[in-house]
Design a protein around this ligand. Structure first.
Ligand code: HEC
Ligand code: HEC
Ligand code: HEC
Ligand code: HEC
Length: 314
């Protein structure tokens, strides 16, 4: 029997049997870890929100940045040289990401930040000196860099590889935040080093499949949305699978390259929130006009098998 064909389904069955006992596996993985690659934060692989998750969320909330303490004295020794001691409104001093923006455009972006997170300007700024970098503002700047990079490197707003494939839209602050500065982590995604288990061991295969439940639930789809059950191993059947592959790398990059360790992990759910395309996309990286998801996706591909039946390249 072809071992690769056999491995996929058998692992699914084994994982179903094990699904109550996922956390010990995760703990083992954290303790052991692959020799060369650091194991990133994995808060929950179990795929659902149980008591453990609520505790995790509460603990994470305590670590957040929160609104800026307006009474804390300013310490200019920790600041970039461009930050003035005497702040004059209407001028730009310490803009590192939106460098091409005029003052008016920057304020437009700021209004967008505030409404995406459901906060006031003073959540991030010292009201006496908007150029002064607070911890919350620095976190927001990292987020801005992450959004620009994710859109440039991983998001395909017009689906140029699949021109007939009706998904469009870029990621903005609102895609994840949806009116809240902090949110719960749901359905964690295993790091990419566990993803391609084909040439690795059964234990890692278990992580991949556990993660798959979270992936499916994050998108509100079933396994057939991305896989051909006759062949779980080949990825070529549906574009969704290849898109998911690209998304997985994006999630890994977001968590390891852009966000500091004290920020909670981003998962498929953070953007998708139960929908196969995030309902809160924006039209372009720096143009924050929200897209009407219905207008952007006239063709709903409920049955991915249709691509196969028609024999057409979807
Ligand atoms: C979510 C955090 C956040 C919120 C809320 C926010 N800002 Fe900002 N603000 C930033 C960041 C980050 C920068 C720096 C952007 C960069 O480096 O490109 C910035 C920069 C600025 C600057 C330029 C300061 C300078 O260096 O000269 C002004 C002015 C400003 N914000 C005003 C506002 C106003 C007014 C509001 C409310 C409508 C607001 N901000 C809300 C995070 C925020
Ligand atoms: C890919 C998802 C994602 C996107 C897009 C995103 N964020 Fe975040 N952001 C997070 C996560 C996750 C946290 C951590 C939340 C927590 O600790 O509860 C966070 C935290 C923050 C915080 C700190 C909140 C606190 O008080 O601890 C700020 C400020 C912030 N984001 C600003 C922004 C801004 C501004 C944008 C757009 C430029 C943005 N974010 C886009 C996922 C995202
Ligand atoms: C949103 C798309 C998507 C959904 C939904 C999905 N998967 Fe996956 N699946 C992937 C991707 C991407 C991989 C990565 C394969 C790789 O790189 O080896 C994968 C890998 C796998 C593998 C390992 C194949 C191999 O040998 O590499 C198995 C088994 C699997 N998925 C099972 C499932 C099951 C069971 C479900 C339903 C609970 C499911 N998947 C739902 C996208 C998806
Ligand atoms: C930073 C936000 C973000 C995160 C996190 C994210 N996605 Fe996406 N996803 C998008 C956007 C935006 C689109 C539409 C544009 C595109 O395809 O590039 C999309 C589209 C998709 C599609 C195509 C849906 C369809 O109907 O054609 C799949 C499949 C998908 N994502 C899977 C995943 C998986 C799996 C994960 C977790 C590993 C994930 N996404 C995490 C933003 C995100």
């Amino acid at each position: 029997m072809n071992l690769r064909r056999w491995l996929g389904p058998s692992v699914i069955v084994a994982t179903l049997a094990l699904s109550g006992a996922v956390q010990p596996l995760v703990d083992q993985a954290r303790a052991a870890g692959p020799a060369s690659t650091p194991v990133p934060k994995i808060t929950n692989l179990s795929g659902g929100l149980g008591a453990q998750d609520s505790q995790q969320v509460t603990a994470d909330q305590a670590k957040g940045y929160g609104p800026v303490d307006q009474t804390a004295p300013l310490d200019f020794s920790t600041q970039p040289k461009t930050v003035p001691h005497e702040y004059v409104p209407g001028r730009l001093y310490n803009v590192q990401v939106y460098t091409k923006y005029s003052y008016a455009q920057l304020i437009g972006q700021m209004t967008y930040f505030a409404s995406s997170l459901g906060v006031q300007c003073t959540y991030c700024h010292n009201a006496q000196n908007y150029a002064y970098d607070t911890s919350t503002k620095k976190a927001a700047r990292l987020m801005a860099k992450m959004v620009v990079a994710a859109n440039a490197q991983y998001i395909d707003p017009v689906h140029k590889d699949y021109p007939n494939y009706a998904v469009s839209g870029a990621v903005g602050c609102v895609t994840c935040h949806r009116g809240q500065p902090r949110m719960a982590v749901q359905y964690n995604v295993v790091p990419v080093q566990y993803l391609d288990y084909r040439y690795k061991n059964q234990k890692q295969a278990g992580y991949t499949v556990n993660s798959m439940y979270g992936v499916a639930r994050s998108l509100g789809v079933n396994c057939l949305f991305c896989h051909n059950t006759a062949d779980f191993i080949s990825l070529q059947y549906y574009p969704t699978n290849q898109i998911a592959h690209r998304m997985w790398r994006m999630v890994d990059a977001i968590n390891h390259e852009y966000l500091p360790a004290n920020i909670k992990a981003v998962t498929c759910y953070t953007c998708h929130q139960g929908a196969k395309w995030p309902t809160r996309m924006v039209t372009a990286a720096l143009d924050q006009t929200p897209v009407d998801p219905k207008a952007a996706h006239p063709e709903v591909h409920e049955n991915p098998g249709a691509h196969l039946a028609s024999g057409a390249q979807p």
